[in-house]
Design a protein around this ligand. Structure first.
Ligand code: NAP
Length: 334
């Protein structure tokens, strides 16, 4: 698998990164620890060297499972996690209400964004413990919190780096001006944003900016949470607690339009002998300025398939065939 640098950090991360949100179970209809650990091991065995998780995923469960899976192979893994989303009623700004399984307007858990220096310090210690490590390779602010000046946030992250608790600094869900502000304080290595064939909002501004300033861009939800894999047919049902069950994006009408678009990619996929999921990963990795593709993975098969996609090289004409189809359906797909 090809690797690319995480900004200026000297850390090389595989182009395909294992996303461990679903491994935490929360919002994804639950998870199975044994299957998750097997999937992580399969990913590492197939060339993926980087795992992305967050303290809030499964309220610590995702980090815990990742920690267990990699403890005997820690030197082979680039561990990326995030801070700044907390389930604590007394601080920060509420984003949404949840129960233990997923978003619920009547849920007792208040999910908040909070990046006060004391809170970041508390979060990093808990993440280190759950991940069973003494240093996190990439530490990212998960969402940007209005209450704390970014200068203070970046100052705290830089202090953690000096103390050897983290090796590189990243942001997520940040605007271009927020990325610029972080950079004005110190070296920012990565920016994690939603990006896929059906989420291209960062192309105009943020991607070129990051490319110019040597900030790695990690795409999250590159498979449209499964929609772009061709496996979400009209018949597919989602479990209770799976966020896709009530999402407009997964309505039958939208699935139908996505499936029509995917039909147009089939000749390209067949030419390479790859699946539509692999084609979506490969297309994402080919976009200018986009350096890493974080794929949600929770089975051995997904690990093997998505890892192999990191080596698929698409030709100019093939990219054009795909781009033309994406453009054709751009207004119709939500
Ligand atoms: N920074 C942020 O705010 C943020 C937000 C979202 C995600 N992320 C990160 O990005 C990662 C990936 O995003 P995501 O999980 O939202 O979406 P995604 O990667 O677009 O989709 C993941 C889902 O696609 C399906 N899938 C994966 N590989 C497949 C394959 N080869 N064939 C068929 N289906 C496949 C699986 O669903 P089934 O198992 O149900 O089939 C999987 O759960 C997360 O795990 C997380 O690390 C970060």
């Amino acid at each position: 698998m090809r690797t690319r640098p995480l900004g200026q950090s000297n850390i090389e991360a595989s182009v395909v990164v294992l996303g461990a949100w679903a491994i935490g179970g929360w919002m994804w209809g639950g998870s199975d620890e044994k299957a998750s650990i097997q999937a992580i091991h399969a990913a590492l065995d197939n060339g993926i060297n980087c795992i992305d998780t967050a303290a809030i995923y499964g309220f610590g469960l995702s980090e815990e499972v990742v920690g267990k899976a990699v403890r005997d192979r820690r030197d082979q893994v680039v561990l990326a996690t995030k801070c700044g989303m907390v389930a604590d009623m007394s601080v920060g700004e509420e984003r949404f209400r949840s129960n233990a399984h997923g978003p619920d307007p009547l849920g007792l858990l208040s999910i908040r964004v909070y990046l006060h220096p004391d809170s970041i310090r508390q979060e990093v210690e808990l993440s280190l413990k759950r991940l069973q490590t003494d240093c996190i390779d990439l530490y990212q602010t998960h969402w940007q919190a209005p209450g704390t000046p970014l200068e203070e946030v970046m100052g705290t992250l830089m202090a953690l780096k000096d103390e050897g608790k983290i090796r590189a600094i990243g942001v997520s869900n940040a605007s271009s001006s927020q990325v610029e502000k972080y950079r004005s304080v110190g070296p920012l290595d990565s920016d994690q944003e939603k990006y896929s064939m059906i989420d291209r909002g960062i192309e105009e501004d943020q991607l070129p900016y990051c490319e110019k300033h040597n900030v790695a861009v990690l795409a999250y939800s590159p498979l449209g949470q499964g929609l772009l894999t061709g496996k979400v047919t009209l018949a597919r049902e989602f479990d209770e607690g799976d966020l896709r069950r009530s999402s407009k994006r997964f309505s039958k009408e939208n699935r139908g339009r996505v499936l029509q678009m995917l039909e147009k990619f089939k000749p390209v996929a067949e030419n390479h002998g790859v699946s539509l999921a692999q084609l979506a990963v490969a297309w994402t990795a080919h976009q200018p300025g986009l350096t890493h593709v974080i794929c949600g993975i929770r089975t051995i098969q997904q690990a093997e398939e998505n890892a192999a996609a990191g080596d698929v090289i698409l030709g100019k004409d093939e990219l054009k065939t795909i781009d033309d189809a994406i453009d054709e359906y751009a207004g119709a797909i939500v």
